[in-house]
Design a protein around this ligand. Structure first.
Ligand code: LMR
Ligand code: MN
Length: 678
């Protein structure tokens, strides 16, 4: 069984079917472009509009313009006629007014302001049409709900992880995961890492109506109350597509931002073209006059974020994180913008190393959109990444209470049962069903890896092997026997190595020549009262006592420990391919009689694991694939621990070895420097 730490695929090992994130704007831009998202009622309306014949459109426009021109004239001349105008305005909608104004070459934003002033405290139907919550309010109970999922809660549209869960649009009583944010004692890295962009893709938002839209909502309710005249007009008129509908960034633009959209678009374009200083200035200028503009704030945060990336500056990154955070507290942030912003914030917090903050951000988002299952999945992953396994478990369990067939939740929950709880019996059916669902995010080596491991621990060897074959055929493993998840695919893989095959003869000799010195230091620590040996904590053992004292990890020397075993570390300091091996460790390993280490694979094929026998009684043995060997005092055995191996100690006294991981000899210097540490 792999260690939690070790078996952590990085972004390079992305699950199939998930791609890198889209840009913020394409993510936000048009709901209709979102794969798998059910159309909102706004969209279906838009489609209806498209279908209206151009003939009737022209007729309508002419008729409408006449009405409007007369309306404006009357209003200007006679203030008492304003209320009549407002009624007309309400009937036809804000957007038509704007369209007409555009048609007449009026200054649209001035006109817009004037209209807004005239109708202040009121909101015509059709305004804020990107707001899903208001769409929900508008929808009549008999109107076909295009956004409703028709079956019994099964997850549809899973291609991008969107769930089509909007059938629950008005169910506000859904419990959200527990708010407890206590520090978890569970090991931090449990092998779940996903870039935020992956999560974005998986979780492409579904429309939901959970956010509060205080101003608009009430009015919508009253205007949708079945005013017959309005209804028949709406039916007959087949309204034209409004400029607002066709505005590409409609879904991230609130009413106030819509008025200043030109400036915002200009700033966005600077940002997209990478003219960051100018973009920043432009956003600042907008913010100076529109301090509550959500888009200006998000644009500025994006700009700072890009600058941080370019300049590799944590200070800028933190400024951008601050800016994103502020936006969460703004009023009238369109749902799409809120989701994108909070997701980006969570990703940046994660990147900054603030995993728990990141999970809190996702929790905020889930509380705000409790019916958005994609967000719940992301929250579960965030908890896992923050090492908050108990919270993650709760989130995935809750998803499954409501969506019994959610494959994504199943594999993750199974993963937790296997790796954290050491409960293969519970893990197996979850992992199996999750993998069989073939849902996005489920065809990942980690889940095959841990399902196989759970099966092996239940003695179901043939099933495990079949699964490993399947994983290998899918390209998730190098082979059924070599199941590391961080690999350089070109490297020679063989279970057992000779010293000559490694080319590291001189280093091997140096250590073998000094094996007794090394043994003395190891034993001194084993017997010391303050002993720094730590029990193996990677859930690899079936039985027995197994302790390790780590001197180097991820290419870094542990100076405090080395001070206690200076001669050994002095030797390792002379062995560059070992002391620089960022995908390995150097450690004393002590096994007591009675140990059985489950069959398992290491995390990477980038290292050769060398064991120097220090204290070797009769009894212990190690199997790598189909060849079992034992140790000899003062001698090395070398193997590639990415292949399946298993250890037993049937002897009567402790066995101690020094484990030294060397870079795989075929890795180039550049590769050694650029590979991520494990
Ligand atoms: C392993 O690396 O899994 C074991 O072989 C370690 C040990 O001490 O034998
Ligand atoms: Mn091992």
């Amino acid at each position: 069984m792999g260690s939690k730490k070790k078996h952590t695929p990085k972004s390079a090992d992305k699950p199939k079917g998930q791609q890198n994130g889209q840009s913020r704007h394409s993510d936000n831009g048009l709901k209709t472009e979102k794969k798998g998202s059910p159309p909102t009622s706004a969209q279906s309306k838009g489609q209806q509009r498209d279908k209206s014949s151009s003939c009737s459109k022209i007729w309508l426009l002419v008729a409408f313009l006449s009405v409007m021109t007369v309306g404006i004239a009357v209003v200007v001349v006679s203030p008492s006629a304003q209320s009549a105008f407002v009624t007309t305005y309400k009937t036809y909608g804000h957007e038509y007014m704007l369209q007409a104004a555009e048609y007449l070459s009026l200054d649209v934003s001035e006109f817009d302001k004037w209209i807004m002033g005239l109708t202040s405290g009121d909101q015509p139907q059709g305004a804020n049409s990107e707001d899903p919550s208001t769409q929900t309010q508008k929808a009549s109970p008999t109107e076909p709900r295009h956004d409703v999922q028709k079956d019994d809660g099964q997850i549809k549209n899973v291609e991008n992880g969107s769930s089509g869960s909007t059938q629950h649009i008005q169910t506000k009583s859904v419990e959200t995961s527990s708010g407890t944010q206590q520090e978890s004692s569970v090991q931090k890295d449990v092998g779940i890492r996903q870039s935020n962009s992956e999560r974005h893709d998986k979780a492409n938002s579904v429309v939901d109506a959970s956010s509060e839209k205080p101003i608009v909502q009430d009015i919508k309710v009253t205007t949708s109350g079945g005013d017959k005249a309005t209804d028949s007009l709406e039916k007959d008129v087949k309204p034209l597509k409004t400029p607002r509908d066709s505005y590409a960034k409609s879904s991230i633009t609130n009413n106030d931002d819509y008025i200043i959209r030109k400036s915002l678009d200009d700033a966005d374009s600077l940002l997209e073209r990478g003219v960051l200083d100018e973009a920043l200035k432009k956003y600042d200028t907008i913010i100076a006059t529109h301090p509550a503009s959500p888009r200006a704030h998000s644009g500025k945060a994006d700009t700072l974020d890009k600058m941080a990336e370019k300049q590799r500056s944590n200070e800028l990154l933190e400024q951008s994180i601050n800016m994103y955070s502020q936006l969460l507290n703004f009023a009238h942030v369109p749902d799409d913008l809120m989701k994108t912003t909070a997701r980006r914030l969570a990703d940046r917090q994660q990147f900054r190393g603030w995993g728990q903050q990141s999970a809190k951000t996702m929790k905020f988002l889930v509380d705000r959109f409790p019916d958005d299952i994609a967000l719940q999945r992301e929250l579960g992953v965030s908890y896992l990444m923050a090492g908050q396994n108990a919270e993650a478990k709760q989130v995935f369990s809750k998803i499954l209470e409501r969506y019994q067939t959610d494959g994504f939740a199943m594999v993750h929950l199974g993963f937790i049962y296997q790796t954290s709880d050491n409960d293969p019996a519970t893990a197996i059916p979850l992992l199996q069903a999750g993998i069989e669902s073939d849902a996005p995010g489920t065809q990942d080596g980690r889940f095959y890896f841990h399902l196989g491991s759970a099966l092996q621990r239940q003695g179901r060897m043939a099933e495990a092997h079949k699964l490993y074959e399947r994983g290998a055929n899918k390209g998730l493993f190098l082979s059924a026997d070599q199941r590391s998840l961080y690999n350089v695919n070109t490297l020679t893989g063989r279970p057992w190595w000779t010293v000559e095959q490694t080319g590291y003869q001189r280093y091997i000799k140096l250590l073998e020549d000094n094996w007794q010195v090394i043994r003395e230091e190891g034993l001194s620590q084993l017997n010391s009262e303050t002993g720094d040996f730590r029990p193996e904590d990677e859930n690899l053992r079936e039985t027995g006592e197994w302790k390790q004292l780590t001197l180097y990890a991820q290419g870094r020397k542990r100076s405090k420990i080395c001070a206690k075993v200076p001669k050994t570390c002095g030797l390792i300091d002379q062995i560059e391919p070992a002391n620089s091996c960022r995908r390995g460790q150097v450690k004393f390993s002590v096994m007591h009689p009675g140990v059985h280490v489950w069959p398992h694979c290491g995390p990477t094929n980038c290292r050769i694991r060398a064991h120097l026998g220090l204290v070797v009684p009769e009894g212990p043995r190690i199997r790598v694939i189909n060849e079992t060997r034992t140790w000899q005092e003062g001698k090395f055995i070398l193997f590639d621990d990415s292949f399946e191996h298993e250890v037993w100690h049937d002897g009567k006294s402790v066995r101690m070895v020094l484990i030294v991981d060397f870079w795989h000899p075929e890795l180039t210097e550049l590769q050694r420097q650029s590979l991520t540490p494990i």
